[in-house]
Design a protein around this ligand. Structure first.
Ligand SMILES: *Cc1c(COP(=O)(O)O)cnc(C)c1O
Length: 401
């Protein structure tokens, strides 16, 4: 057996089969490139679903992590540490907000946002006890906990995990009329991805996000934007909401906030909203730990330069120019996306998205299918132009054009 076949067999035998990974066993990585245990090199056009926006082992981020490893790595929230205040203040400032609730993974931040919205609903809005409702969209992906899958519309994500958490109402994504009708005096929040990532990079119709903003403001409902995948540079702006001039009441952040090194996530909002908590009402042992804060502070500093957003906009325009030619070839039925982010629907006669991803792998490119026909592209924002062009040529090769 080859080294990778052996490692794949052992993983298959001992790891719960919740994933079906492409048969690539990474050994090292740098920038946009991954090298496997046999020394084969792959261009990474997935970038950890946007967790690696700054590339693998980004120098600045590694440096920040190394320096922090030499100082203090964990205090728990029982004590403060000297990176904590800066992390909270600078992340709030990047978001144009006031307060931060630091946690670790994306879904934990979504859970924290749900708890925050409910608490705000009862303590500030005056919703009767146990009556709070949160409106979400069909096709959403907000993570994998019991509560969060309770409002998923993906049967695979839900089946056999009930009983489900009540208090959520699902409306069609992009449908303002349905949203208007769903809001009642007990609605505390609307929770949306400004672009649905896992669903296949679905961009809502123009005017939808501003419409939701207007409705939620009128009805005293919190607009919670899950920017875990869409945020922090991916779309060419710091937040995807910015493309439509929308400022939500709350950002939910994760993935790239940890620089591809450690899990870091957060809820960011106003003092009125996050100030509803009192000590003991929510918490996390690892949330806001020194190593996480040190890495995230460097991520924030990098985003403040605007360099990465500009790069995503520029390379994204380049990528979308190339992809826009594909539908006319009959090999692709649709291309969607914004910035350096795309969902490409492969024509059924060419096989599934999964088969396309496998063929891409054979050509030295890593990408991932999402739901059936879609190949999702979210290259690291640091990818070189020629590498990006080469990766897109491999996609054309897979499609036979
Ligand atoms: C990835 C993702 C999550 C969940 O993040 P985890 O870190 O995997 O828990 C939630 N929302 C969106 C939009 C995501 O893309």
């Amino acid at each position: 057996m080859t080294a990778s076949a052996d490692l794949i067999a052992t993983a298959d035998a001992h790891c719960a089969p919740t994933y079906d990974p492409l048969p690539v066993v990474a050994a090292t990585a740098e920038g946009a490139w991954v090298t496997d245990v046999e020394g084969r090199r792959y261009l990474d056009l997935l970038a950890g679903y946007s967790a690696l926006n700054f590339g693998h082992r980004n120098r600045r981020l590694l440096e920040a992590a190394r320096a922090q490893l030499e100082r203090v790595t964990l205090t728990s929230r029982a004590f403060l540490h000297d990176r904590f205040a800066a992390f909270c203040a600078e992340l709030a400032e990047l978001c144009g907000m006031e307060m931060v609730l630091p946690v670790n993974t994306g879904v934990e931040a979504v859970e924290s946002a749900v708890k925050t919205a409910r608490k705000w609903g009862y303590r500030v809005k005056g919703v009767p006890s146990e009556m709070a409702k949160i409106v979400v969209a069909s096709g959403n992906f907000h993570g994998r906990t019991t509560t969060v899958i309770s409002f998923s519309t993906d049967p695979e994500a839900r089946a056999d995990f009930g009983p489900y958490t009540p208090g959520f109402q699902i409306v069609p994504y992009g449908d303002l009329t349905a949203m208007r009708e769903a809001l009642t005096e007990n609605t505390v929040a609307v929770l949306l991805e400004p672009i649905q990532g896992e669903s296949g990079v679905i961009v809502p119709p123009e005017g939808y996000l501003p419409g939701v903003r207007e409705l939620t403001r009128e009805r005293n409902v919190l607009f919670v934007a899950d920017e875990i995948q869409s945020g922090l540079g991916r779309t060419g702006r710091t937040f995807a909401c910015e493309h439509e001039g929308v400022v939500p009441d709350m950002y939910v952040l994760g993935k790239a906030l940890g620089g591809g090194i450690v899990p870091v996530s957060a809820v960011v909002s106003s003092a009125e909203v996050l100030g509803v908590f009192r000590p003991g009402e929510h918490g996390s042992t690892f949330g806001g730990n020194p190593l996480a804060c040190a890495v995230a502070l460097e991520v924030i500093a990098m985003l403040r330069t605007g360099e990465f957003q500009a790069r995503a906009a520029e390379l994204g325009a380049r990528m979308h120019r190339t992809l826009a030619a594909l539908p006319a070839t009959g090999t692709v039925t649709a291309v969607r996306g914004r910035g350096l982010w795309a969902g490409v629907d492969v024509a059924p006669r060419l096989g599934t998205g999964r088969q396309a991803a496998e063929r891409l792998m054979g050509r030295g490119v890593l990408a991932k299918e999402s739901h059936g026909a879609t190949v999702r592209l979210s290259p690291p924002l640091v990818i070189g132009e020629t590498d990006l062009d080469w990766g897109l040529e491999q996609l054309a090769g897979v499609l036979g054009v």
